[in-house]
Each structure stands twice: as structure tokens, then as C-alpha cells.
Design a protein around this ligand. Structure first.
Ligand code: DAH
Length: 365
């Protein structure tokens, strides 16, 4: 029979000797208290508790010891690791607090300092008003149609029953483009979008056409060679003047409030028959005690624009059978509406592009 195995003394295993484990622990504790900031502490944590740290390697050695030696060595290493982890946690807390304090000092903002903020822009009130008007019709299921600023003479005039010698042509002071044989103009109204729409879409047509128009007007407080209109066109079966009146009343009420309806005055436009000028009830005095009203100048009514039942000749020009379909149209100035709605005295302010003019309107979406 062979004798018992000779005793194996773990104290003899270098990395597990008490003084060695203590040295590892003390080295770790010294490094921890020396760590001056969180980055340094991170490195200390890796060096002294990471997989390759002396204490981790020592822990791994325990498994290789004979069972009777493991307990004591395990306790020794465990206590050392516990002490190191505790110190790490405490130092982490201290350094974090220091870091935060430093940040509070270095990143302090003096909210009382005068600032040099750059000015924000603002949406132009013509844009917002145009969108608001358009939205009223879109909410009724109408579509938005647009056309170009440089327009064919035929669409700007002829298709709308304004032939070459029609006197109404001279009423619209036109910018003609060179060469003249190209027969191009800067559109004088948004009505050519009516023709474009009828030529490209099948009835039923319900469109609203906002946009920029041009006329050879001198600039003054109420005139500008560039301004804005919004046009409406409906072509469907059985459309009458009553539908026109209802749509316009809805528009003025949606824009200016309940009871602000419209009235028609007989007029003439080549593209509508019958034609009317439309006025709306003054939204300031509502037509009562209007003598002193500065908005309607005592009229009780504010002139809006023109409208009527689409002339059958226009339908024919645009390929629509007037025996089957009828329609109505209207058009009015957006700039004029902006002026009376917001008390703008001088149209030049609208076009000069000074952001200080647009800013007070900027909150309107
Ligand atoms: N285009 C006309 C103008 O600029 C306004 C107008 C009048 C448009 C009657 C219409 C309409 O659609 O039916 O003076």
C-alpha cells in the first residue's frame, strides 16, 4: 500500500501567500486613492479587477489547490477583492461628485448676460393669407391648381373670350415678353389657370388657384406691378349662380366670422355671363352705424372682386360641352384683402420684404 500523499501547503504557492495577496490588495488600494479623475479610475479598475489583474489570476489559482487548502485561500483572495471593490465604489462616488461640481462651475450660464441673437425670419403674410383662403376651399373638397407666371397670350386672353380687339384687353395693362411673335405675357390675372384646368381635367372641376399676377401699374400706396389673386372655378352638371353665392358666403364667413356674407352687383367680364362684382359685409362695423367706419369708409360693404357664371364660349374654347356642363368662377386680390383685414395703409410695405413688416403676422399659421 502506498502512503498518503505528502501535504501540499498553499502558503507555498506564490500568488496565494497571505503577504502576496495583501500586497496585491494594497497596490490596488494605493492606485485607487491615487486616481485623480474618472478616466484614471477606469484604468485602475481594469488593472486591478479585470480578467488579467493579479487578484483575478490569484482567484483562478484557487481551483488548482487541493480541497482542504481552498477555503482559506478563497477567503483571503475574496476579502482582498471585496476591499478593492469597496474602495473602487467609494472613489467612484467621490470623483463623480467632484466632476459634477466642476461642471456646475465651468458650465454655468449667466442668463442675465445681454445676448446677440440673430433675428428669426417670418412667413410672409401674403403666403399665410393665401394658404388660409385656399384651405377654406380645400376643406370643401376643392383641389388647388397652379399655372406659370409667364403665360401664353391665348390662355391669358383668347381662351377667356378676350379676342385680339376685345376692349377688355386694354383694361389689363400687360407686360408683353420679347420676341412678340412668341405671344407670351406675364399673366395679368389668375384666370388663365381656369383655362389650363379645363383643358387638362374632366368635369366635375372644383379648383382654387392662388398666385402672383403682373400689370404695368406704377408703384404707389395702393398699386404695384406685382400682386396676388385667388381664383375659383367650378364646372359640373346643374351649377348655377346660387352655388357661386353659397360658396362665397361660406368663404367670407370662414374668413371673417358668422354673418359676414356677400352681395352681388351687376357687372361685366368677358369670361362670365352673367357677371357680378362681389362685396362682403364690413367685418368691422357689420354695416351698422357705418358712417364712422374707417375700414369700409362708411359704405357698410367692402369690395372683393369679380365673379359670374362661366361664359359658354369659354367652356367651348376649353373643350367642354356647355349643353351638359355649366360653371361659376370668381377672382379677387389677396393683397387688397390683407390691407383691409390688417389695416395696412401702404401696399409698398407688403412688397418691400422688410422682415419687421412680416414679423407681427408670423404667429399666424
Ligand atoms: N380676372 C379678373 C380680374 O383680374 C377677376 C375675375 C372676375 C375673375 C370674374 C373671375 C371672374 O374668375 O369670374 O380682374
Amino acid at each position: 500500500m502506498s502512503g498518503p500523499n505528502s501535504e501540499y501547503d498553499p502558503v507555498e504557492v506564490t500568488p496565494l501567500r497571505a503577504d502576496q495577496v495583501e500586497a496585491m490588495r494594497d497596490a490596488a488600494l494605493a492606485a485607487i486613492s491615487d486616481a485623480a479623475d474618472l478616466d484614471a479610475l477606469k484604468q485602475v479598475r481594469i488593472d486591478h479587477t479585470g480578467d488579467r489583474s493579479p487578484l483575478a489570476l490569484a482567484k483562478r489559482e484557487i481551483g488548482a489547490l487541493p480541497p482542504q487548502a481552498r477555503k482559506e485561500a478563497g477567503q483571503r483572495v475574496g476579502q482582498a477583492r471585496g476591499a478593492v471593490n469597496k474602495a473602487l465604489g467609494e472613489r467612484q462616488g467621490v470623483l463623480e461628485a467632484e466632476h459634477e461640481e466642476r461642471m456646475l462651475v465651468t458650465e454655468t450660464v449667466d442668463v442675465t448676460l445681454p445676448t446677440d441673437r440673430s433675428q428669426r425670419g417670418a412667413r410672409h403674410p401674403i403666403t399665410t393669407l393665401s394658404e388660409r383662403l385656399t384651405d377654406i376651399f380645400v376643406a370643401m373638397g376643392w383641389e388647388v391648381a397652379e399655372g406659370p407666371w409667364v403665360e401664353a397670350e391665348w390662355l391669358n386672353f383668347d381662351a377667356l373670350n378676350m379676342g385680339e380687339d376685345h376692349p377688355a384687353r386694354t383694361m389689363q395693362d400687360t407686360f408683353w415678353l420679347e420676341p412678340s411673335k412668341a405671344a407670351l405675357v406675364l399673366r395679368t390675372h389668375t384666370s388663365p389657370v381656369q383655362a389650363r384646368t379645363m383643358l387638362t381635367r374632366e368635369p366635375p372641376i372644383y379648383v382654387v388657384c392662388p398666385g402672383r399676377v403682373y400689370r404695368t401699374d406704377e408703384i404707389d400706396a395702393t398699386h404695384s406691378p406685382v400682386f396676388h389673386q385667388i381664383e375659383g372655378l367650378v364646372v359640373d352638371k346643374g351649377i348655377t349662380m346660387a352655388h357661386l353665392k353659397g360658396s362665397l358666403d361660406h368663404m367670407t364667413e370662414a374668413m371673417f366670422g358668422e354673418g359676414i356674407s356677400t352681395r352681388f352687383r351687376p357687372s361685366y367680364f368677358p369670361f362670365t355671363e352673367p357677371s357680378a362684382e362681389m362685396d362682403m359685409v364690413c367685418f368691422v362695423c357689420r354695416g351698422e352705424n357705418s358712417e364712422d367706419c374707417r375700414t369700409c369708409r362708411g359704405e357698410g360693404w367692402i369690395e372683393l372682386g369679380g365673379c359670374g357664371v362661366v361664359n359658354p364660349r369659354v367652356l367651348i374654347s376649353c373643350g367642354i360641352d356647355p349643353e351638359v356642363y355649366t360653371g361659376f368662377a370668381f377672382g379677387f386680390g389677396i393683397d387688397r384683402m390683407l390691407m383691409f383685414r390688417h389695416n395696412v395703409a401702404d401696399l409698398r410695405d407688403v412688397f418691400e420684404g422688410d422682415v419687421r413688416f412680416a414679423q407681427p403676422f408670423g404667429v399666424e399659421i
